[in-house]
Design a protein around this ligand. Structure first.
Ligand SMILES: [Zn+2]
Length: 690
């Protein structure tokens, strides 16, 4: 089931470790020594004084930093998030190297044995190279033996249950959005490999380049597993045809922003009638989803189309598609020719120049699969209770401020305001790391079997997912691991979540003045709170239920304001003809604008906010907005920019900096922005939402 979390920023791959919490296992964080060297939290050396703040605030605040910090060859973008991410990766690597030295002698099944041996197995390139593609040979043979459509459908089930992928569609278990205390089966569109349906459907030069790189990738993997070049080329055509047909039946990302569009409840029997070749009453128990009489279907028309495709496409073509699913899912876990072929495709798609070092790929892998074991070691060494307390206080200040702002809104009726305030009061706040850690019971890790370990972990995750059915909803679980540099709002739990990884400079520092912390982590907290009231979040009520709590007039007035935000961002051109998609990014843009407003108002209640004295040449107000810009400083490769325009609900960093401030009067005053400056907007045109 697709999770409707709203993140602060899109990470490369977000792996959600499924969590079943056993008691115990938490560790007590130790206070950390603070650095003593004086530090300029807003450093003029990073700015570009030749740019007027009113012409391009992003460049004014960050210009020299960007000039001095080229994107490393292993990255596709480079900025505050990435640098902090790199620091956390280095910390994880320090822990992993240490633990893996002794993990072989630790008790089997202990935290250190599993974490250390998983890392060691991924670093054991000698064994990995020797095995070539042995780990997937049984899968290839099994698919070779398929003779009819029934066997194709059985393979769709087999791959899921055995943690080998999600061919044709997505299957998951999540909270019923209209009955949030119950887990249900969710079925969603899927079955494609490229990052968005548009990659199959558009035919401009950039898209055609990626389509041809994709075919090359398919040919490479089939050739590596023994196909002739002719056969591999034919297979590429078959796969692209099937995936294009699926892409055509998929809803766009913008259409899926409306949670009511993707909420379609069916009885299992009624849904089976819409897909004559897929009998869900039979399939669900085979997929270990027992005792289910209803399903939630994200895109019913997609399943109808996928079902027709099953019938009209030859079984021999499905065998090619199913084999591809195995190949693409395992390529990075096999020997280097497979890893390199996979990276060649990544290069074409994202512009990344060189492969991420194996050590860093493996720390990412351990974080993504045993993240709540590794996370315990991370917070024990690197997270302080004092940071948590600072956050608790800041969140409370911002909550009060958002409440005041809601009460003052001139466009909302008292009736809707009361419900909005109720929702705000009901926010759950999670900071740092989970109260109860996931133990990954039953996961055995062997130091000499990397592919086997990955399979074990996938199967565990699948079983964990289906194991939720029939159990009470576990609201303690986290959707991010502690070292993650990100944050999220989860509408069905009405919760805002801030992992330990983001609670560091430039978001936050104990020694920094309030302006820097409020313009950094304060605006991030405000951002996540505003998600509860953005175009999606506002459709969920205080207990997380998808239920309309707005009067019709208030909803209409909200939409008028939201559309102004859509128009503002639609006007930004990122790369030649590609402009920001104002509808796709609406939720994030609303959250940025709301978050900055809330944080600024809360900042003005602090001593520094009231005095507005200069530090390092800047007033408190100036430092607040410069801190916001500093959080977003960075640059990205054009290939990555093009991909993000299609797939990322967040606007590019330059606009995340420049756009919201143009709607905030205090920014004009702080930097003396005047008519004629490029970013200037007349007071009447400045958008006010939250
Ligand atoms: Zn967000």
């Amino acid at each position: 089931m697709k999770l409707k979390f709203s993140y602060l920023m899109l990470a490369g791959t977000i792996m959600l470790s499924a969590n079943s919490f056993a008691a115990d296992g938490s560790t007590s964080p130790k206070p950390k020594q603070k650095p003593t060297a004086p530090k300029k939290f807003i450093d003029p050396a990073n700015m570009d004084a030749t740019i007027k703040p009113g012409d391009d605030f992003f460049d004014y605040a960050n210009g020299n930093w960007i000039k001095r910090n080229a994107i490393p060859a292993k990255a596709t973008r480079w900025g505050s998030f990435n640098i902090l991410g790199q620091e956390n990766t280095d910390k994880l690597l320090g822990l992993l190297k240490e633990v893996s030295q002794t993990s072989a002698t630790q008790p089997k099944g202990s935290l250190k044995q599993r974490v250390g041996d998983l890392y060691a197995s991924g670093m054991d390139s000698v064994t990995i190279e020797k095995r070539g593609y042995d780990p997937i040979k049984p899968d290839v043979q099994r698919i070779d033996a398929i003779a009819d459509l029934d066997a194709v459908i059985a393979e769709l089930v087999y791959q899921r249950v055995n943690g080998e992928g999600s061919p044709l569609f997505r299957f998951g278990v999540g909270q019923d959005e209209k009955n949030v205390n119950k887990y249900v089966v969710g079925l969603d569109q899927g079955g494609t490999s490229l990052p968005d349906r548009d990659y199959y459907l558009k035919n401009d030069e950039r898209t055609k380049g990626i389509q041809s790189a994709y075919k090359k990738y398919i040919v490479a993997l089939f050739t590596l597993t023994g196909s002739s070049n002719d056969e591999a080329t034919k297979n590429a055509g078959i796969i692209v045809n099937i995936e294009t047909a699926l892409a055509k039946a998929q809803l766009s990302r913008v259409a899926m922003r409306d949670p009511n569009v993707t909420y379609n409840k069916f009885s299992v029997d009624a849904f089976s009638k819409t897909t004559p070749h897929l009998n869900w009453a039979k399939l669900l128990p085979q997929m270990k989803a027992n005792g289910q009489d209803t399903v939630l279907v994200g895109q019913p028309a997609f399943f109808k189309a996928a079902d027709s495709l099953l019938a009209v496409t030859p079984v021999t073509d499905w065998k090619v598609y199913l084999k591809w699913n195995i190949l693409k899912g395992s390529a990075t876990a096999l020997s280097s020719p497979f890893v390199n072929a996979s990276f060649d495709f990544t290069k074409a798609l994202s512009g990344q120049k060189v492969q991420t070092p194996r050590t860093e790929r493996m720390s990412g892998l351990v974080d993504g699969t045993l993240g709540e074991l590794l996370g315990q070691l991370f917070v024990e060494k690197y997270f302080t209770p004092a940071a948590k307390q600072y956050m608790v206080d800041l969140v409370n200040n911002l909550k009060v401020t958002l409440g005041d702002r809601i009460k003052r809104l001139d466009w909302m009726s008292p009736e809707t305001k009361e419900r909005a305030l109720k929702k705000l009061a009901a926010f759950t706040v999670k900071i740092g790391y989970p109260d109860k850690w996931e133990q990954y019971d039953g996961v055995t890790i062997n130091r000499d079997d990397y592919a086997g370990n990955l399979k074990t972990l996938s199967v565990w995750r699948y079983n964990f997912t289906v194991g939720k059915l029939g159990k009470p909803v576990d609201k303690a679980r986290w959707g991010m691991t502690p070292p993650t540099v990100n944050a999220y709002y989860n509408p069905t739990n009405n919760e805002i979540v801030f992992p330990a990884g983001i609670l560091q400079f430039p978001f936050f520092d104990f020694k920094a003045d309030d302006a820097v912390n409020y313009g950094g982590i304060g605006a991030v907290i405000g951002h996540e709170m505003t998600h509860g009231f953005d175009d999606q979040g506002r459709q969920y009520d205080a207990d997380g239920t998808l239920r309309d709590w707005w009067t019709k007039t208030d909803a209409d007035k909200f939409k008028v304001r939201a559309n102004q935000v859509v128009d503002q961002y639609n006007a930004f051109t990122v790369l030649d003809t590609l402009h920001v998609n104002g509808k796709l990014t609406l939720g994030e843009n609303l959250a940025d604008l709301g978050g900055l407003n809330i944080a600024y108002e809360a900042f003005k209640k602090t001593k520094q906010g009231q005095e507005n004295k200069k530090i390092d040449g800047f007033t408190g107000d100036q430092r607040f907005f410069l801190s916001w810009a500093q959080v977003w400083r960075g640059s990205q490769r054009p290939e990555a920019a093009a991909q993000r325009i299609l797939t990322d609900p967040h606007s590019p960093e330059q606009y995340r900096t420049n756009a919201p401030i143009t709607n905030i009067d205090a920014w004009y005053k702080a930097f003396n922005i005047q008519p004629g400056d490029k970013l200037y907007k007349k007071p009447a045109d400045r958008i006010k939402v939250w």
